[in-house]
Design a protein around this ligand. Structure first.
Ligand SMILES: Nc1ncnc2c1ncn2[C@@H]1O[C@H](COP(=O)(O)OP(=O)(O)OP(=O)(O)O)[C@@H](O)[C@H]1O
Ligand SMILES: [Mg+2]
Length: 156
Protein backbone atom coordinates (compact mmCIF):
# COMPACT_ATOMS: atom_id res chain seq x y z
CA UNK A 1 0.00 0.00 0.00
CA UNK A 2 1.24 3.48 -0.88
CA UNK A 3 2.36 5.84 1.85
CA UNK A 4 0.39 9.05 2.09
CA UNK A 5 1.14 12.29 3.92
CA UNK A 6 -0.38 15.70 4.52
CA UNK A 7 0.46 18.87 6.40
CA UNK A 8 -1.98 21.10 8.26
CA UNK A 9 -1.45 24.31 10.21
CA UNK A 10 -3.67 24.81 13.25
CA UNK A 11 -4.03 28.12 15.06
CA UNK A 12 -5.74 27.04 18.28
CA UNK A 13 -5.91 23.97 20.54
CA UNK A 14 -9.52 23.53 19.41
CA UNK A 15 -8.40 23.18 15.79
CA UNK A 16 -5.81 20.61 16.79
CA UNK A 17 -8.44 18.70 18.72
CA UNK A 18 -10.83 18.88 15.75
CA UNK A 19 -8.16 17.43 13.48
CA UNK A 20 -7.58 14.62 15.98
CA UNK A 21 -11.30 13.94 16.04
CA UNK A 22 -11.44 13.63 12.25
CA UNK A 23 -8.64 11.12 12.32
CA UNK A 24 -10.29 9.31 15.25
CA UNK A 25 -13.46 8.85 13.21
CA UNK A 26 -11.47 7.27 10.37
CA UNK A 27 -9.53 4.82 12.56
CA UNK A 28 -10.16 1.10 12.73
CA UNK A 29 -9.25 -1.61 15.16
CA UNK A 30 -5.52 -2.34 15.48
CA UNK A 31 -4.52 1.09 14.14
CA UNK A 32 -1.49 2.63 15.84
CA UNK A 33 -1.02 6.42 15.95
CA UNK A 34 2.58 7.41 16.75
CA UNK A 35 2.93 11.03 17.94
CA UNK A 36 6.12 13.07 18.11
CA UNK A 37 6.79 16.68 19.01
CA UNK A 38 8.47 18.58 21.81
CA UNK A 39 7.02 19.25 25.28
CA UNK A 40 3.81 21.23 24.98
CA UNK A 41 3.55 20.74 21.22
CA UNK A 42 -0.03 19.50 21.47
CA UNK A 43 0.20 15.70 21.37
CA UNK A 44 -2.25 15.20 24.23
CA UNK A 45 -4.56 17.85 22.79
CA UNK A 46 -4.63 15.98 19.47
CA UNK A 47 -5.27 12.69 21.31
CA UNK A 48 -8.22 14.24 23.19
CA UNK A 49 -9.79 14.75 19.78
CA UNK A 50 -8.80 11.27 18.68
CA UNK A 51 -10.57 9.84 21.74
CA UNK A 52 -13.68 11.89 20.93
CA UNK A 53 -13.64 10.52 17.37
CA UNK A 54 -13.56 7.02 18.84
CA UNK A 55 -16.48 7.82 21.15
CA UNK A 56 -14.44 7.49 24.34
CA UNK A 57 -16.46 9.24 27.06
CA UNK A 58 -14.11 9.79 29.96
CA UNK A 59 -10.71 10.67 28.51
CA UNK A 60 -8.19 12.13 30.98
CA UNK A 61 -4.83 13.65 30.05
CA UNK A 62 -2.23 11.07 30.89
CA UNK A 63 -1.20 11.11 34.55
CA UNK A 64 2.54 11.37 35.08
CA UNK A 65 3.19 7.96 36.57
CA UNK A 66 0.88 5.82 34.58
CA UNK A 67 2.27 4.90 31.21
CA UNK A 68 -0.76 3.28 29.62
CA UNK A 69 -4.38 4.37 30.05
CA UNK A 70 -7.07 2.08 28.76
CA UNK A 71 -10.52 3.22 27.63
CA UNK A 72 -13.51 1.80 25.87
CA UNK A 73 -15.13 3.59 22.97
CA UNK A 74 -16.17 2.48 19.51
CA UNK A 75 -13.14 0.17 19.92
CA UNK A 76 -10.86 -0.24 22.93
CA UNK A 77 -8.46 2.72 23.10
CA UNK A 78 -4.98 2.65 24.64
CA UNK A 79 -3.20 5.95 25.32
CA UNK A 80 0.51 5.65 26.10
CA UNK A 81 2.95 8.35 27.11
CA UNK A 82 6.55 7.19 26.87
CA UNK A 83 8.10 10.47 28.06
CA UNK A 84 9.48 8.94 31.22
CA UNK A 85 10.88 5.85 29.59
CA UNK A 86 14.63 5.79 29.39
CA UNK A 87 16.25 2.71 27.93
CA UNK A 88 15.16 -0.20 25.84
CA UNK A 89 14.78 -2.29 28.97
CA UNK A 90 12.07 0.02 30.27
CA UNK A 91 10.24 -0.33 27.00
CA UNK A 92 10.39 -4.10 27.21
CA UNK A 93 9.20 -3.94 30.82
CA UNK A 94 5.95 -2.22 29.99
CA UNK A 95 5.45 -4.49 26.98
CA UNK A 96 4.24 -1.71 24.69
CA UNK A 97 4.07 -4.03 21.72
CA UNK A 98 1.54 -6.27 23.48
CA UNK A 99 -1.03 -3.55 22.93
CA UNK A 100 -0.66 -3.88 19.18
CA UNK A 101 -3.11 -6.18 17.42
CA UNK A 102 -5.36 -6.56 20.44
CA UNK A 103 -8.32 -5.19 18.57
CA UNK A 104 -8.02 -1.64 19.87
CA UNK A 105 -6.61 1.67 18.69
CA UNK A 106 -3.27 2.68 20.21
CA UNK A 107 -2.02 6.30 20.48
CA UNK A 108 1.57 6.77 21.63
CA UNK A 109 3.18 10.05 22.76
CA UNK A 110 6.97 10.23 22.35
CA UNK A 111 6.66 7.31 19.93
CA UNK A 112 10.16 7.96 18.57
CA UNK A 113 11.42 6.21 21.71
CA UNK A 114 10.06 2.94 20.33
CA UNK A 115 12.37 2.99 17.32
CA UNK A 116 12.37 -0.47 15.75
CA UNK A 117 9.52 -1.63 17.97
CA UNK A 118 6.96 0.36 16.00
CA UNK A 119 4.64 -1.92 14.02
CA UNK A 120 4.79 -2.25 10.22
CA UNK A 121 1.58 -0.31 9.74
CA UNK A 122 1.09 2.95 11.59
CA UNK A 123 0.05 6.57 11.29
CA UNK A 124 2.68 9.10 12.32
CA UNK A 125 1.60 12.49 13.66
CA UNK A 126 4.37 15.06 14.08
CA UNK A 127 3.59 18.40 15.68
CA UNK A 128 5.93 21.37 15.31
CA UNK A 129 5.62 24.66 17.18
CA UNK A 130 5.46 27.68 14.89
CA UNK A 131 5.07 31.28 16.06
CA UNK A 132 2.40 32.09 18.67
CA UNK A 133 -0.14 29.33 18.98
CA UNK A 134 0.32 27.99 15.48
CA UNK A 135 1.30 24.37 15.02
CA UNK A 136 2.36 22.49 11.93
CA UNK A 137 0.90 19.00 12.04
CA UNK A 138 2.19 16.38 9.63
CA UNK A 139 0.17 13.22 9.20
CA UNK A 140 1.78 10.32 7.44
CA UNK A 141 0.62 6.77 7.05
CA UNK A 142 2.58 3.67 6.33
CA UNK A 143 0.70 0.56 5.31
CA UNK A 144 -2.83 1.89 6.02
CA UNK A 145 -5.29 3.99 4.02
CA UNK A 146 -7.05 5.99 6.73
CA UNK A 147 -5.73 9.44 5.76
CA UNK A 148 -6.44 9.01 2.11
CA UNK A 149 -10.10 8.47 2.92
CA UNK A 150 -10.45 11.50 5.17
CA UNK A 151 -11.63 14.93 4.13
CA UNK A 152 -10.11 17.94 5.81
CA UNK A 153 -12.72 20.51 4.92
CA UNK A 154 -13.27 22.88 7.83
CA UNK A 155 -9.86 22.35 9.37
CA UNK A 156 -6.82 24.57 8.80
N1 LIG B 1 -2.55 25.15 17.88
C1 LIG B 1 -2.44 24.49 19.04
N2 LIG B 1 -2.58 23.15 19.06
C2 LIG B 1 -2.43 22.45 20.21
N3 LIG B 1 -2.16 23.00 21.41
C3 LIG B 1 -2.01 24.34 21.45
C4 LIG B 1 -2.15 25.13 20.29
N4 LIG B 1 -1.95 26.43 20.63
C5 LIG B 1 -1.72 26.44 21.93
N5 LIG B 1 -1.75 25.21 22.46
C6 LIG B 1 -1.51 24.87 23.87
O1 LIG B 1 -0.33 24.11 23.94
C7 LIG B 1 -0.43 23.14 24.98
C8 LIG B 1 -0.26 21.74 24.40
O2 LIG B 1 -0.24 20.86 25.47
P1 LIG B 1 -0.30 19.28 25.31
O3 LIG B 1 -0.38 18.73 26.68
O4 LIG B 1 -1.34 18.90 24.33
O5 LIG B 1 1.14 19.00 24.68
P2 LIG B 1 1.97 17.64 24.63
O6 LIG B 1 2.65 17.63 23.32
O7 LIG B 1 1.10 16.50 24.98
O8 LIG B 1 3.04 17.88 25.78
P3 LIG B 1 3.89 16.79 26.63
O9 LIG B 1 5.09 16.45 25.84
O10 LIG B 1 4.22 17.55 27.88
O11 LIG B 1 3.00 15.61 26.89
C9 LIG B 1 -1.78 23.33 25.64
O12 LIG B 1 -1.64 24.19 26.75
C10 LIG B 1 -2.59 24.00 24.52
O13 LIG B 1 -3.63 24.81 25.02
MG1 LIG C 1 1.22 15.05 26.45
Amino acid sequence: MENFAMEIITKTPEETKALGEKLGKALKENDVVALSGELGAGKTTFIKGLAAGLKVRDFVSSPSFIIVNEYSGRTPFYHMDLYRLEGEEDIEDIAVTEYFNRGGVVAIEWAEKLKVLLPDRFIAVTIELLDGSRRKITLKETGTDRLKNMTFRGVS
